[in-house]
Design a binder for this molecule. Structure first.
Ligand code: 2DT
Ligand code: MG
Length: 212
C-alpha cells in the first residue's frame, strides 16, 4: 500500500449567528459520522484552551478590554496555532467538523466597523474548508430561542450587522440551510452535504488555502 495514496479527511465548517443551532447540529453530525465508521472530530473556534484562547475568552466575557484590531488578530492567531494540527488530522484520514472559522473572524470584526479586507488578510494561508455550511436565521428569530447569553456580541442589533457581513462573505459554494426548519430536517440536510464532501475528499479532492 502506498501511504501517499491514503485518502484524507474533509474540513467542514459550520457558520451562523449565535443561537442558530450550530453547536447542537455539529455534535449530532459528529455522532452520525462516527456511527457509520467515519473517523471524525469536532473542533471549535475560538479554542479557549490555549493561552491565546484564554485571552479571547476573558475578552468575550467582559473580563478584559482590548482594541478591536488586537482581538481580531488574537482570533486569527488562535486558528494559526492549530493550523499544522488540522493539516495532520486531515492527512491522517480524520474528518474535522469545525464550529466557526475565519468567516466568523471577518464577519464579527467587520461588523464592528473594521475594514473588510483588513479583516481578511491575517487569514490568508490557513487551510480552506472543503465545505462551508451556513445555518441561516434572522437575528429576531434567533433571539426568540431562549435569548442570548451575556457575552460580548450577543445583542440583537449587532447580530443583524454580523448577518450582513456573512452575506457579503458568502459565495456560491456555501451550503445555506434554513435554521428555522425542525432540528431533524436541518440535520438531515447537513448529513447529505457532509457525506458528499467526505466522499469527494476520499476520492482525492486537493486541499486548498484561504482565500480561494
Ligand atoms: P462562540 O459563541 O461560538 O463560542 O463564539 N468570534 C468567533 C469572533 O469574533 N471571531 C472569530 O474568529 C471567531 C471564531 C463569535 C464566541 C464569539 O466569538 C466570535 C461569537
Ligand atoms: Mg456564543
Amino acid at each position: 500500500l502506498n501511504p501517499n495514496l491514503q485518502s484524507r479527511g474533509a474540513l467542514v465548517v459550520l457558520e451562523g449567528l449565535d443561537r442558530s443551532g450550530k453547536s447542537s447540529q455539529c455534535s449530532q453530525l459528529l455522532s452520525h459520522l462516527q456511527s457509520i465508521g467515519c473517523s471524525a472530530e469536532l473542533w471549535r473556534f475560538p479554542d479557549r484552551n490555549t493561552a491565546v484562547g484564554q485571552m479571547i475568552s476573558a475578552y468575550l466575557s467582559n473580563q478584559s478590554n482590548l482594541d478591536d484590531h488586537t482581538i481580531h488578530l488574537l482570533f486569527s492567531a488562535n486558528r494559526w496555532e492549530k493550523r499544522s494540527m488540522i493539516e495532520e488530522k486531515l492527512k491522517s484520514g480524520t474528518t474535522l467538523i469545525i464550529d466557526r472559522y475565519s468567516y466568523s473572524g471577518v464577519a464579527f470584526s467587520s461588523a464592528k466597523g473594521l475594514d473588510f479586507d483588513w479583516c481578511k488578510a491575517p487569514e490568508i494561508g490557513l487551510l480552506a474548508p472543503d465545505m462551508v455550511l451556513y445555518l441561516d436565521i434572522s437575528p429576531e428569530k434567533a433571539a426568540e430561542r431562549g435569548g442570548y447569553g451575556d457575552e460580548r456580541y450577543e445583542r440583537l442589533d449587532f447580530q443583524g450587522k454580523v448577518r450582513e457581513k456573512y452575506q457579503a462573505l458568502h459565495d456560491a459554494s456555501w451550503k445555506m440551510v434554513d435554521a428555522c426548519l425542525p432540528m431533524e430536517e436541518v440535520q438531515k440536510k447537513l448529513r447529505e452535504y457532509v457525506l458528499e464532501c467526505v466522499a469527494a475528499c476520499k476520492n482525492g479532492k486537493a486541499l486548498s488555502h484561504l482565500w480561494s
